[in-house]
Design a binder for this molecule. Sequence first.
Ligand code: FAD
Ligand code: EPU
Length: 359
Amino acid sequence: MCCSGGWCRIALKINEGDVFLSITSEQVDLSPLNTFKVAAKAKYFLIVDSLAAIRSALPVIQQHNHRLVLGGGSNILFISDFDGLVIYPQIKGIDLLHQDDNRVRISVGASENWHQLVLTCLKNGWYGLENLALIPGSVGASPVQNIGAYGVEVKSFIHQVEFIDLDSGEVKLFAKGDCQFGYRDSFFKRATPGRYLITRVEFELQKKPDLCLSYQPLKTFFAGLSDVTPTMVMERVCQIRREKLPDPDDIANAGSFFKNPVVSESQFERLKQEYPQMVGYATASGVKLAAGWLIEHAGFKGMTEGDIGVHKHQALVLVNYGEPKGRKIWHLAKRIQRAIQEKYHVQLEAEVRVIGHDQ
Ligand code: FAD
Ligand code: EPU
């Protein structure tokens, strides 16, 4: 074992060979590791590159009650330094487990990049994920909030999720039905942060395309075309996303800051009387309102305040033009929540995970 510059690089010998863990007790800068690009430091930071490495590191991990598993940092807002252990998995690999004429099952390491996985699947003729192209972040985070876009949610293609309970050290496999998937929701999203670390996700994909073109802008674009391919859908989705959503490399953001709220049919009827243009979609649990519409019509779209603001093309996206403090973005989000509550009597819930303390 050797230590240099505050970093300790530990090589642990286990049966399979050497497992490398990098651990530091120094304050680690998280600003390059979150797409809001806000300044925050992790008191402790651990990189693990396999399930075996996590198991070896459990004695270290379990010394910390306050933990965070960090993927691509594209759905997180740090509002203060993180006074605990950030675990940054680097578990890679795409394995083909099984295939027949119709389906293929693959197992993917949690730290593979989501969009690259979508492209790899298309290249191999494995279909289903094309509507979810260009969503930032890691494969391991995809079940956490059941990522969704353009009429598709990832739950439709998840076969099972492998994860480790960091409190007990137990490795578990959850079938799709165990994951309690909902709209931007799952067992993992509701669990105590830092308790479960997803190591691999198994997907079941189709070998024969079964396109989902129910989302209106896709339906309109492909209307009348009979030879639409999954790659064409992926390309159109990327184009729509580039037009509507800011690329975090250009303008720091974390996608939709809030979930679209669901209200009762009677509340929607009352709102429609006052705001006839209000956008709403019927769902099994009520009417889903477009939070972007609510925020835009409350006057926030395109506003800036110092270095932060609301995106000019998508009012659901809060943006950071350079402000290092996540807390200011959180204060703006809370102001928007209050304004929406006062104007429409609708509660907006943050989709982004807010980490830290507001003091
Ligand atoms: P992080 O932000 O690092 O983490 C998010 C949460 O998952 C945290 O609670 C974290 O602890 C947990 N987590 C991460 N990895 C693991 C793991 N291995 N095990 C256990 N827990 C873990 N989302 C959508 O659903 N649809 C969209 O269309 C969409 N568009 C976006 C557009 C932009 C421009 C941006 C910036 C974000 C968008 N998002 C969208 C949100 C985001 O990309 C997704 O939520 C993504 O899955 C987050 O992945 P991540 O690796 O960055 O997770
Ligand atoms: N709208 C406005 N003003 C705005 C933004 C939207 O009036 O500023 C209206 C649009 O005109 C449209 C409706 O709201 O009628 C819905 O807009 P859009 O199709 O852009 O989708 P969204 O509901 O704003 C959701 C997801 C996105 C996902 C898109 C596409 C949530 C919280 N957001 O946005 O996911 O990419 O649909 O499916 O569900 C994310 O989760 O981070 C994310 C970006």
